[in-house]
Design a protein around this ligand. Structure first.
Ligand SMILES: *[C@@H]1O[C@H](CO)[C@@H](O)[C@H](O)[C@H]1NC(C)=O
Length: 261
């Protein structure tokens, strides 16, 4: 009985905290029912395509609890590629180290974890971890209908986390790629909401650009543009880039501090 109650409470907490922080990019109503934590439906047949991605999971959930594709095996929907391969993928992120002064690591997660819970932002093992050298670039491809985010941090610092509950802090680069529930639209934004929730904002800046659109937060939340940078924006959908169905090449500038990009 006690264990059951704990699980119910934990589920409620996860669902509650997640819905306050995740932002889908839907052109339609943003106000679907949000109480139920989404559950990913893993299919039994795993495949690996020539693209390097694994299989595709069926979408589940709606609104901010939408899971999308988490890959089969889990996490195989987000892969590192080379510069030469960039043009042959539909959805990519170039991690640009022009502004960093030491090696950085980018940690990518799916909104929904391997158990299908909306809790990927508590991950301790990640679908993808990529390092970026000073002045260098690293490249990531993301498969159809992937919903997730990443954070970048000096490699020597590691994953920024809340000491209270372990949630990943820093400034998140959120992505909704080729979203099935939204007719194939994509979206992206930079978000400081979790950092703000935890009262700590001295993190490296992050800028995300793509499709002629930009979302950024500068170092230590000095300034922001088209990003989730104030607690009052937590319930506002659609801030950031909103992109019609088709290819999208994003660039992420780490330690961004207002430079021309
Ligand atoms: C890119 O999208 C096209 C059109 O849907 C598809 O045929 C192709 O396989 C995709 N490429 C990769 C690498 O996933």
């Amino acid at each position: 009985m006690q264990i059951k109650n704990t699980i119910v409470l934990l589920t409620a907490l996860l669902a509650g905290s997640a819905t306050a922080r995740l932002h889908g990019h839907e052109r339609r109503s943003h106000h679907e029912k949000r109480e139920v934590a989404a559950t990913a439906t893993a299919e039994s047949t795993a495949t690996t395509t020539s693209s390097g991605f694994g299989g595709v999971t069926s979408p589940s959930g709606t609104g901010d609890t939408y899971c999308g594709n988490v890959g089969i095996p889990y996490g195989s929907n987000i892969i590192e590629i080379t510069e030469d391969e960039l043009d042959s993928y539909n959805w990519t992120v170039t991690l640009d180290g022009s502004f960093i002064l030491q090696e950085y690591t980018a940690y990518f997660w799916n909104n929904c974890n391997e158990e299908g819970e909306l809790a990927g932002f508590f991950d301790t093992t990640f679908p993808l971890t990529v390092t970026i050298g000073v002045g260098e670039k690293s490249y990531v491809a993301i498969d159809v209908d992937s919903q997730g985010a990443f954070v970048t941090s000096p490699t020597s610092v590691g994953v920024p986390r809340s000491t209270t509950d372990g949630i990943i802090m820093g400034f998140w680069g959120e992505f909704n790629i080729d979203t099935t529930i939204n007719d194939g639209w994509s979206g992206f934004d930079v978000s400081a909401l979790v950092a703000l929730d935890n009262g700590k904002t001295d993190y490296p800046g992050l800028a995300l650009t793509g499709d002629g659109q930009t979302s950024y937060i500068t170092n230590s939340l000095g300034s922001a543009y088209n990003a989730y940078s104030e607690t009052s924006e937590a319930s506002t959908g659609g801030i950031g880039g909103n992109v019609v169905p088709g290819k999208l090449a994003l660039t992420a500038y780490m330690a961004y501090n207002g430079q021309s990009i």
